[in-house]
Design a protein around this ligand. Structure first.
Ligand SMILES: O=C(O)CCC(=O)C(=O)O
Ligand SMILES: [Fe+2]
Length: 205
């Protein structure tokens, strides 16, 4: 009996809860996006821990001959760096397991972004530094805090789609999404803080 109870405790609730079961939306040109609301367990706790424990810094991005501020705070956990909350470690493992047959490699980095209010944002872009420029790949995002819209539009023109990323939601961009589509988190008149954690495979930025 005791043996069985131990087995259950180790294999049980969190492993089951964390198995993703997203809905896929096919876009054009081999791009897709998977969405699952309320996926991440303990989102309140993850939010509070990340706000205080991540070594946030202002993002600076080089553009042509200038360095411009991107209005949000960021920090990236590189390959092998321990993540600041155990739920994030479990989430990354669960995502790597779930997408392994399609992706063929694990998610290894965790980029964190802190949108302090509605005037923090990220402009239209694809994650095309590294292999995303030429190869199919995936970027898996978990969102905590106030909901914000992730906009997606085909590169070169076409109508955009909007996905609301709420507290604990999972959004995965896959296929050719980074090179044939662009995404953005636009400014809004009113929003409280939101944190985004993006899991990426090796050499995708
Ligand atoms: O805020 C998000 O969830 C998306 C962030 C993003 O697209 C990026 O940092 O490359
Ligand atoms: Fe991005």
């Amino acid at each position: 009996m005791e043996f069985q109870a131990t087995l259950f405790a180790e294999e049980g609730p969190s492993a089951t809860v964390l198995t993703p079961a997203p809905q896929r939306r096919l876009l054009t040109r081999g791009a897709w996006v998977d969405v699952q609301q309320d996926w991440l367990p303990s989102p309140d706790d993850v939010f509070a821990t990340l706000v205080t424990d991540v070594p946030w810094r202002a993002e600076r991005r080089e553009m042509y001959d200038r360095v411009v501020d991107v209005p949000r705070l960021v920090h990236t956990y590189q390959v092998g760096a321990p993540l600041p909350h155990p739920v994030l470690t479990q989430a990354r493992e669960a995502l790597s397991r779930h997408y392994a047959p399609e992706l063929g490699e694990p998610f290894v980095t965790a980029g964190c972004c802190y949108y302090r209010d509605g005037s923090d944002s990220v402009a239209w872009h694809g994650d095309t530094i590294g292999r995303g420029r030429t190869q199919d790949t995936m970027v898996a995002i978990v969102s905590v805090g106030d909901p914000r819209r992730l906009m997606l539009r085909p590169r070169g023109g076409g109508s955009s789609i909007s996905i609301t990323m709420g507290h604990g939601d999972l959004v995965v961009m896959g296929g050719s999404c980074q090179r044939t589509w662009e995404h953005a988190v636009p400014k809004v008149a009113h929003a409280g803080p939101r944190l985004s954690v993006q899991f990426r495979p090796r050499h995708v930025f």
